[in-house]
Design a protein around this ligand. Sequence first.
Ligand code: SF4
Ligand code: SF4
Length: 274
Amino acid sequence: MATMITSDCINCGACEPECPNNAIRQGDPVYVIDPLLCTECVGFHDYEACAAVCPVDCCVTDPNNIESEQVLIERARALHPETQIGESFESRFRKGQGKAAAPQKEPVVHAASSTAVASETAAAPQAMTGTATAYAEPDVNTIQLPEIDSWEIPMRCFKCNETHVESVRNFMIGNVIFCPHCHKSMVVRDNLNYHIRTLLKDSYERWEKEQTEFADRREKELAQFQEKRAKEAQAFQAHQERELEKIRAQLDAIGDNYDAAGKPFKKGSRFGWG
Ligand code: SF4
Ligand code: SF4
C-alpha cells in the first residue's frame, strides 16, 4: 500500500522534507503523496517517515493501493540508482530488524471525555503549555590545529636507512640536516622547502574555511528549523481553533433542533416525522 494523506492534513509541511523519495508536495487543498514515488520508506526506514512526524496522524496507508515489499524495494532501487540497496535493507515489513527506530512525536493533546468537552465549550480555548521539550544542542568540539611550525617530519636517511624526526623549522632553504645515526648530511633544497610550505599553508587555509562554513551552515539550519517549528505550531493552533468552533456550532445546533416531547410539528409538515 502506498501511503496517502487524508483531508485532516493541516498543511504544516513537516512531512515534506522527511520523505527520502521527494514524494510529498503541497497540493490543493492539502499536501499530497505521489504513489509512483512513495516506497512506504522501504529501503530507508522501518517506519513511514511522514507518518512519524505528522502532528495530526493523517499520513495513512492507502487501502486501495496494495503493494508488496518486493515492489516497493524495486521502486526504491529504481529511484536511487546511485545508492547500492542490497538484500539487507530497512523496511516496515521487517520492523525492529533495522537500525533506526521511528522518532518519537511530541505528545498530541487528545480530546477530553464527552462530558468534559460539553462543560468546556463555554470556556475560552486553553493555551498550549507544558508539552514543549527544550532542544539540547549537542556540544560541537571543533579541533584546533597546532601552531604551524610545531609539526615534525620523520626523515629516512638514504645512506643508513634509519629514521630521524626533524622539526619543520629545520627545513629552511640551504639548511644542513645531519642524520643522528650515520652523520650523513642533507641540504634542504628549495623544492623540498616549497613542498612543505605549500602543504601546510593550503591545509591550514582549507581547515579554517571548512570550519567557518560548518559553523555558518549550522547557524542557518538552526534558524530554519526554529522558523519551521514556529509555523507548524501556528498552523496547528489554527486547526485547533477551527475544530473548537466546529464543536461549538454542533452543540448549538443540538440545542436549537432537539426533539422534545410536546414540541409542535413544523408548520406545513404532513407527517410528525417530516
Ligand atoms: S511513506 Fe515514506 S516514501 Fe512514502 S511519502 Fe511517506 S515519507 Fe515518503
Ligand atoms: S505532516 Fe501531516 S498535517 Fe503536516 S503537511 Fe504533512 S500530512 Fe499534512
